[in-house]
Design a protein around this ligand. Structure first.
Ligand SMILES: [Zn+2]
Length: 262
């Protein structure tokens, strides 16, 4: 895949992350997946909050402490909604609380291989009011990688499909509770005079969606780690660049992983 292809793909990552800038002349270094996943799994909650904020158009208006405060509130919102969703879900699908939750909410979940048109690779999406799409090509690539790279001990018996679905379910919850839920009602005033203009923060829903998935599935890690895994299935160099960007945002100098010499 050409790099511009990877750039298109990254606009629609799981966490709605944008493509890391590979830069001109970048040789497209590809690091081995497992050490990268190990590093990502060692990152703390704040690191993932700052990563989520790095995708927020209004990021520049806030200092670190404000961002972390928003993160705490967004994640509390996501967890709270997960507890409610779990309580309300009728276990229609015996092996999956997440699929049951989607069924209980009357969501239409479709599972095509790839998006129609093929120009852009998307992993999952929600369309108001009740459509969720999980693109199975991405899921299968990531699962195959997890198996071939021996990631089971790191990620546990986790179902990537369920994580993607859980995140999108949260967006459906947001739609349903648009006038009451924190992630939709919280506004930031961009300017006061002569007219007040209040804007939503996109990253709140993303952070809350991840916390929702984490709580619903009782994950021992942040679902954000899947951004790199899912990307790796399509473009190793782009996934490596994304990994390095995350480590930089996290403020880790030790983000280097030895390149494979083979
Ligand atoms: Zn989302």
């Amino acid at each position: 895949m050409a790099l511009n292809g990877a750039k298109r793909l990254a606009g629609s990552l799981f966490g709605k992350a944008e493509m890391p800038d590979l830069g001109l002349g970048d040789t497209g270094k590809v690091l081995p997946l497992r050490p990268m996943m190990e590093r990502l799994l060692s990152l703390d909650r704040e690191a993932w909050g700052l990563y989520a904020w790095s995708r927020e158009p209004l990021e520049g208006k806030f200092d670190r402490e404000q961002k972390l405060q928003y993160q705490r509130k967004a994640e509390a919102c996501g967890r709270e909604e997960a507890v409610l969703a779990a309580a309300e879900a009728v276990l229609e699908v015996p092996d999956s609380l997440v699929k049951s939750a989607a069924a209980s909410m009357k969501l239409h979940v479709t599972t095509p291989d790839t998006p129609v048109g093929g120009g852009q690779v998307t992993f999952a999406q929600y369309v108001e009011p009740d459509e969720v799409t999980i693109f199975m090509d991405a899921v299968e690539k990531a699962e195959a990688l997890a198996a071939s790279e021996g990631l089971a001990d790191l990620l546990g018996n986790v179902k990537i499909f369920d994580i993607l679905l859980a995140h999108e379910i949260f967006h459906a919850v947001e739609f349903k509770k648009e006038n009451a839920i924190y992630t939709k009602t919280e506004r930031v005033e961009l300017w006061r005079k002569p007219f007040s203009n209040k804007s939503r923060l996109v990253c709140l829903g993303e952070m809350a969606g991840m916390a929702f998935a984490e709580e619903l599935l009782k994950l021992p890690f942040s679902p954000y780690v899947l951004d790199v895994l899912l990307m790796y299935g399509y473009h190793g160099a782009a996934a490596t660049a994304l990994f390095e960007e995350i480590m930089e945002i996290a403020g880790e100098n030790g983000g280097k992983v030895e390149e494979e010499t083979c």
